[in-house]
Write a protein that binds this ligand. Structure first.
Ligand SMILES: [Zn+2]
Length: 410
């Protein structure tokens, strides 16, 4: 039986059904209202209504380009898969118990509404109703973005600013590759012709995250080009600017403005394939979609507190050699996805003495770093202190023998 393009009807049915059946993993739908059409976000988690302190929030956003339809379908299948596997699959249970997963199946419902099933290569439906490309519409670090900001973009910006997302994927179609920051480059004058990579301070991490997606995909890592004349990508990954530079992309914005590691996932050669092909796309991507999100539990995370144990909000977390600031949440939490190694991190906040901490990240076990900042006034000290911390493994994870993070045994 072939699946039709199901979208919201099925989504709502799933949610209603499982709110009754699995009320302890309730799904929340909230919407960011746009021009009469809503941008829907569904949260799947053991705690959908509330952030779990100390546990990360992650997201997928699909259908930014309205005619790239596969991603929005896959996110619906992902919702269904997660909620129906919670009781039977210990890995999914571990993931949902320790992560809040926010899914926006369509960022561009207006573009989708005019797109046509079966059109693989056209740009009809790519833009929003006002003919703006939403993946060229975000503030840009390298170049002033002169494009008028669109309501969809504003809504997503506000969403990202309210929730500290740690990891994210943006789903597109028209190629088969995982593309990572930066999308833009400091040398953007001849940007259409430049094909050199624009390397971010977290290049190793972004490459790793991209490989997790491509290696778990049925064929992405083979790097076969979609058709003659289109590029082939080694291992199915590429630096964004090395493919082609662009201004105003969403992934650079997530990373540089909010410390959220986002990559762009091109998951279908055909942008809007016939519905009967959808089960194949789901099978190809299912493992990737899940394993990628679990990567949020890699690296270091913890809390920054003052001497009285109160959380320090907006403390800057700067790993040496990676000149991007991450900030603590109102609960003092922070997350930093890192590969195994020894790191030094600077923690600073207004009114406190800065602190430098050395720590180790090992494979599969997140390192827990709890840091106490001392008031600059009371101590009378003006130098920073250095602490050496051993990795402290949390009780929620243990290493898998295939190099992935895996659920605990009871
Ligand atoms: Zn796209």
């Amino acid at each position: 039986m072939s699946l039709p393009y199901i979208f919201f009807l099925l989504a709502l049915t799933i949610v209603e059904r499982h709110q009754r059946l699995f009320y302890y993993i309730l799904k929340v739908i909230y919407s960011l209202f746009i021009l009469g059409r809503d941008l829907w976000v569904m949260v799947v988690s053991a705690s959908p209504y509330e952030h779990m302190i100390g546990k990360p929030d992650v997201k997928y956003v699909a259908n930014i380009h309205g005619n790239e339809a596969v991603g929005r379908e896959l996110l619906l299948h992902l919702i269904q898969y997660l909620v129906t596997s919670y009781d039977t699959d210990p890995y999914i249970k571990w993931l949902l118990d320790n992560t809040r997963i926010h899914l926006m199946p369509s960022m561009n419902p207006d573009g989708f509404a005019i797109s046509k099933e079966g059109q693989c290569d056209t740009i009809h439906g790519r833009h929003n109703a006002r003919r703006y490309d939403l993946n060229r519409n975000f503030p840009d670090f390298f170049k002033v973005n002169t494009k008028q900001i669109q309501p969809e973009t504003e809504a997503v910006k506000e969403w990202i600013s309210k929730i500290q997302f740690v990891l994210s994927g943006s789903l597109h179609g028209g190629a088969l590759v995982a593309s990572y920051p930066f999308d833009n480059t400091p040398n953007a004058i001849f940007q259409t012709y430049a094909h050199s990579p624009s390397i971010s301070p977290d290049d190793d991490v972004f490459r790793h995250l991209s490989l997790v997606y491509s290696n778990n995909h049925a064929k992405m890592s083979r790097g076969v080009s979609c058709k003659s004349g289109s590029p082939r990508f080694e291992n199915g990954i590429t630096n964004g600017a090395a493919w082609y530079p662009l201004t105003g992309g969403m992934q650079d914005y997530n990373y540089l403005w909010h410390g959220c590691m986002e990559i762009t996932l091109e998951i279908s050669c055909c942008k809007y394939p016939p519905a009967h092909e959808l089960p194949k796309y789901w099978q190809d991507n299912k493992q990737s979609l899940i394993k990628y999100l679990a990567e949020v539990h890699r690296g270091a995370h913890g809390f920054v507190m003052d001497e009285n144990g109160n959380p320090v909000e907006r403390a800057a977390i700067r790993v040496k050699g990676r000149d991007v600031s991450y900030h603590t949440t109102k609960y003092g939490e922070f997350w930093r996805i890192l590969l195994p190694g020894t790191y030094r991190v600077d923690i600073s906040a207004e009114g406190y003495l800065p602190q430098e901490v050395e720590f180790i990240v090992i494979d599969n076990h997140p390192t827990l770093l709890n840091i106490t900042l001392h008031s600059a006034k009371e101590s009378g000290l003006n130098h920073s202190t250095v602490k050496i911390l051993d990795p402290v493994t949390t009780s929620t994870t243990k290493p898998g023998n295939d190099g992935t993070i895996i659920f605990p045994e009871d």
